[in-house]
Design a protein around this ligand. Structure first.
Ligand SMILES: NC(=O)c1ccc[n+]([C@@H]2O[C@H](COP(=O)([O-])OP(=O)(O)OC[C@H]3O[C@@H](n4cnc5c(N)ncnc54)[C@H](O)[C@@H]3O)[C@@H](O)[C@H]2O)c1
Length: 399
């Protein structure tokens, strides 16, 4: 693609996240949004208005959009349990694809992504943004220089409590409803959030992606445990969620990773990164992100009496003032920019298909492990192995 030409992008899934990130694509100097797709008219109208793109073509049907729309790339921000099928269809139609987190919900879907990228040569990128945090990059460089020694333990969690998660959708209008009990008097269905977050560990990729970036590593086996599938926070309503699930993992380079997720467990107000926390312990030192608003980033080197405050933040290194204002502590612009650059420059995106499935597969197997009482499960090596027939597991989450 010539550097002068803009990437023509379609947004598929015009919900809150889709519109927010599409705003960053629209503002990117090498991108324009030429199509919007969502099953609901209310969603595409809102997107066209909020993004101020009245000229964008509008579709209700994904296949029709693929055939008809003047686009080079698709940004998928829909029900994430449907996105692998859509991503593969798009790549087979010659479109580059970026998707929201998590990338996949079965090991078979991970293989589908890897094989389709290989076959089509299209660019695929997961829009996981926390891996670009300034402090993650600083810690990655410290690790590369050997300043932390051998990192024996990496920890992290994404524990994000909200009372009004959108758990139901009005089937007639597409309106998302923030109530726990099933609303009466209207035709509703459970949203993907209500279905997925029964096993909150499916959201492990947000924690694993930055951790694996620092370690330059991949998970080889995983075990996971969680609390019962009836939230203790909501004892009087049946919310079939584990309040917390924690995965214990082992990496190829011999680091133990302990990482958890929960969406119904209340917590102390967190700092600039909302609900995310990271901690690395090496033979020469350790580093940790704040656990609350009152806390600081900190580092400790062997021989020191105590932690010292680190002058790092979530803002990606080199971000402009405008970029620093983007969501998730100034990181949201980064995967948008790297995806567009990869298309324009014809390079491999930094969060390519291998790195993407290396965050998804441990999460999928962790959910499976939690439901088997903590079984130890092996993670396939998508770079060197071939798909095994036994990995063609059916999706556990009802669609
Ligand atoms: N990276 C992050 O920090 C972050 C934050 C929030 C959400 N997300 C991810 O973004 C995605 C969307 O989240 P959301 O909160 O906007 O969800 P949402 O449910 O509010 O919106 C999803 C939209 O997709 C539409 N949709 C459903 N199925 C579709 C299909 N097959 N084709 C096209 N559109 C379809 C729905 O009608 C809805 O308008 C999810 O994958 C979620 O995990 C990521």
């Amino acid at each position: 693609m010539t550097p002068q030409k803009k990437v023509r992008l379609a947004l598929a899934g015009c919900g809150r996240r889709g519109i927010c990130v599409a705003g960053l694509f629209r503002n990117h100097p090498q991108c324009e949004i030429t199509a919007l797709m969502d099953p609901f008219e209310s969603a595409t109208s809102l997107a066209a208005t909020q993004l101020d793109i009245p000229e964008a073509r509008v579709y209700r049907n994904f296949e029709l959009m693929l055939k008809d729309a003047p686009v080079d790339a698709i940004f998928l921000a829909c029900d994430p349990t449907q996105q692998v099928g859509l991503a593969c269809a798009a790549m087979k139609a010659g479109k580059h694809v970026c998707t929201e987190v998590p990338a996949a919900f079965t090991i078979a879907e991970c293989w589908d992504l890897v094989e389709t990228v290989k076959k089509t040569g299209c660019k695929y990128q997961l829009l996981e943004q926390l891996r670009y945090c300034g402090f993650i990059e600083t810690w990655m460089q410290m690790n590369e220089r050997g300043e932390l020694g051998h990192i024996c333990l990496a920890q992290g969690e994404y524990v994000h409590f909200e009372m009004a998660w959108k758990l139901w959708m009005d089937k007639d209008t597409g309106e998302m409803i923030g109530e726990i009990p099933k609303p009466s008097g209207r035709r509703v269905e459970p949203t993907w959030r209500r279905r997925i977050l029964a096993d909150p560990i499916y959201y492990l990729p947000h924690t694993l992606s930055p951790i694996l970036r620092v370690l330059d590593d991949r998970v080889v086996r995983v075990s996971c445990m969680g609390t019962r599938k009836h939230s203790y926070t909501h004892p009087d309503v049946k919310l079939p969620w584990s309040d917390i699930q924690y995965a214990l993992m082992h990496t190829a380079k011999d680091t133990v990773v302990l990482a958890g997720a929960g969406f119904s467990l209340p917590h102390v107000p967190r700092g600039e990164l909302g609900a995310h926390w990271y901690d690395f312990r090496g033979t020469r030192g350790s580093v940790e992100s704040p656990r609350s608003k009152a806390d600081t980033y900190r580092a400790w080197r062997r021989g020191m009496d105590a932690f010292e405050t680190s002058n790092v933040s979530s803002i990606p290194i080199g971000a402009t003032e405008e970029e620093q204002k983007t969501g998730h502590g100034g990181t949201d612009f980064k995967p948008v920019d790297t995806f567009i650059r990869a298309i324009v420059d014809d390079t491999v995106p930094p969060m390519d298909v291998y790195r993407s499935v290396e965050t998804a597969a441990p999460a999928i197997l962790a959910a499976e492990s939690a439901n088997q009482g903590g079984a130890l499960l092996e993670v396939p090596n998508f770079r060197t192995e071939k798909r095994r027939s036994k990995s063609k597991a059916k999706i556990r989450i009802p669609r």
